[in-house]
Design a protein around this ligand. Structure first.
Ligand code: DX5
Ligand code: ZN
Length: 208
């Protein structure tokens, strides 16, 4: 199981948290960007992202919870980005997917707990990554909404039936208790379970 670590909640400052994640065998650093509009919280802006993440050793998995992703996509593409993900709840995601691909970055779509997966249908053959939100976007440390796991399972079946190539990621509420029901995901985002623990590597190993 691939693990991507979200640094939203940590007892250390952002720099220190990123450096601790970099010392583990995590696959990616999951960067949660919130604009205070698409979700009510606000996190790093693009300048802060460049400041904190330019020296990161791990590839980045950037999760844009923003209303207007285009300027973020352009500004952040200079980083070592593996996946750039926008939300399917936005008005028109096709130009965003095209833009991300034109920058040679894997394009992802994230889907909120209340959004049916049918909304992803037109894009399933185009995208490389799907972030199934296990919680309502906007904050770390929430409890997994168990019904969201059905989406992971359904997306895996759809991929098999249609030869799609996207990877399936579950984001939010991942910990040792919820881990057994998440075997059909390819990638798990975990934030507070790892970053609030005493031993980042041991927590990652326990999830794998
Ligand atoms: C929620 C974010 C998640 C979250 C994960 O809006 O997209 O990435 O920070 O944190 P935990 O693992 O604490 O639920
Ligand atoms: Zn996220």
């Amino acid at each position: 199981m691939k693990i991507t670590v979200s640094f939203l909640k940590s007892p250390y400052d952002v720099k220190e948290t990123i450096s601790r994640i970099d010392k583990t065998d995590a696959d990616f650093i999951h960067v949660d960007i919130m604009d205070g509009i698409f979700v009510s919280n606000k996190t790093l802006d693009t300048t802060e992202c460049l400041e904190y993440l330019s020296d990161a050793k791990k590839p980045l998995d950037i999760h844009l919870m923003v209303k207007e992703p285009l300027s973020y996509i352009e500004a952040l593409s200079v980083l070592n980005v593996k996946y750039l993900t926008v939300h399917i709840e936005l008005e028109d995601v096709l130009p965003l997917i095209t833009k991300i691909h034109s920058l040679n970055i894997k394009a992802g779509l994230a889907i909120n707990p209340e959004t049916p997966i049918a909304k992803l249908n037109p894009y399933l053959g185009l995208i490389d990554y799907i972030i199934v939100m296990g919680v309502h976007p906007g904050a770390g440390g929430q409890e997994l909404i168990k019904e969201t796991v059905d989406k992971v399972n359904a997306l895996k079946i759809l991929r098999e039936q249609n030869n799609y190539h996207y990877e399936i990621c579950l984001d939010g509420g991942v910990n040792l208790n919820t881990r057994p029901m998440l075997n059909n995901a390819d990638v798990l985002v975990s934030g507070s379970y790892i970053c609030m623990s005493d031993d980042y590597q041991a927590s990652i190993t326990s999830l794998r």
